[in-house]
Design a protein. Structure first.
Length: 251
C-alpha cells in the first residue's frame, strides 16, 4: 500500500483542550478513506491538519508530523498556498462563491495564474464534466451559482476543488445536507474520483462509509481507535463501534 498522507504522533490542542492524541495513520493513494466516530471526537480537526486549515483556528497548537508524499507539511519553508492547491477541501454545506457558475470554477485557476480564456474554458468544462454537472449547466454558465439546487451546488464545490488539479480531496460530510437522490450522486461521484485522487471523507453515516470507502478510521475522544480495510473493520471490528450510534449514524 503506497501512502499518500501520513501522520506521526499527531497531537492538536485548542487552548488547554487536547483534541487529537498521538494519531498515527497512513492514508493510501487513490483510495477512499472514511473517518468515522461520534460528534466531538476530532474528525473535522483531523481533516484540517492535513492541509493546514488548522492554522486559521484561534488557539490551535499542533505537534507531531503530517507528511504528504513523505515530506512534512509543517516545515517552516512549506508553501501553504501550494499545499492547499494539492490538498483541496469540500465542506459540509455547499459553499458557492457569490459569482457565476463559470467564475466559481475559474476562480482557483485564476488565483494560481491561469488567465488565458481558452485555457480557462477547458478547465471549467473538464471540471464540470468530472462531477457530472456540465450537461446540466452548460447553457447557463453565466447564471449565479446560487440558482443551482443544493445538490448541484455541492457538485460545483467539488468541481471548484478539482479545477486547480489537486492530488488529495478532503470532504467533511459532503452529503449530510442533501436529499437522497443528491446523496447517491455524490457517492457515485466519489467512487469515480478515487481513480484519480486520494479522498479522505468524514461521515457520521456508517452505511455511507461501507458503500464508498476502501479504508475506515474510527476516532473516539481524539484517539484513533481502529484503522484498516473497510470490509475488515465492519465485519470483524476489534473494538465496539456503537458509541452513541443510532439509526445508522453517530450522534
Amino acid at each position: 500500500m503506497k501512502s499518500k498522507v501520513e501522520t506521526v504522533d499527531l497531537n492538536v490542542w485548542y487552548g488547554n483542550l487536547h483534541v487529537l492524541k498521538d494519531v498515527n495513520i497512513q492514508i493510501p493513494e487513490r483510495k477512499v478513506t472514511a473517518i468515522i466516530g461520534p460528534s466531538g471526537c476530532g474528525k473535522t480537526t483531523f481533516l484540517k491538519t492535513l492541509n493546514r486549515l488548522i492554522d486559521l483556528v484561534d488557539n490551535a497548537r499542533v505537534e507531531g508530523e503530517v507528511k504528504l508524499d513523505g515530506k512534512s507539511i509543517y516545515n517552516p519553508g512549506m508553501d501553504v498556498i501550494e499545499l492547499r492547491r494539492k490538498v483541496g477541501m469540500v465542506f459540509q454545506k455547499p459553499t458557492p462563491l457569490p459569482k457565476s457558475i463559470y467564475e466559481n470554477v475559474a476562480y482557483g485557476p485564476r488565483i494560481h495564474g491561469v488567465n488565458n480564456k481558452d485555457e480557462l474554458n477547458v478547465i471549467v468544462e473538464e471540471s464540470l464534466r468530472k462531477v457530472g454537472l456540465w450537461d446540466e449547466v452548460k447553457d447557463r454558465l453565466n447564471d449565479s451559482a446560487f440558482a443551482l439546487s443544493l445538490g448541484q451546488q455541492q457538485r460545483l464545490a467539488i468541481a471548484r476543488a478539482l479545477a486547480v488539479n489537486p492530488e488529495v480531496l478532503l470532504m467533511d460530510e459532503p452529503a449530510s445536507a442533501l436529499d437522497p437522490i443528491s446523496v447517491t450522486r455524490i457517492e457515485e461521484l466519489i467512487k469515480e474520483l478515487k481513480k484519480e485522487y486520494t479522498i479522505v471523507i468524514v461521515t457520521h453515516n456508517l452505511q455511507q462509509a461501507w458503500r464508498i470507502s476502501n479504508y475506515t478510521a474510527f476516532f473516539y475522544y481524539g484517539e484513533l481507535i481502529e484503522y484498516g480495510p473497510t470490509e475488515k473493520i465492519f465485519k470483524t471490528p476489534e473494538k465496539e463501534l456503537t458509541f452513541n450510534y443510532v439509526n445508522g449514524k453517530f450522534g
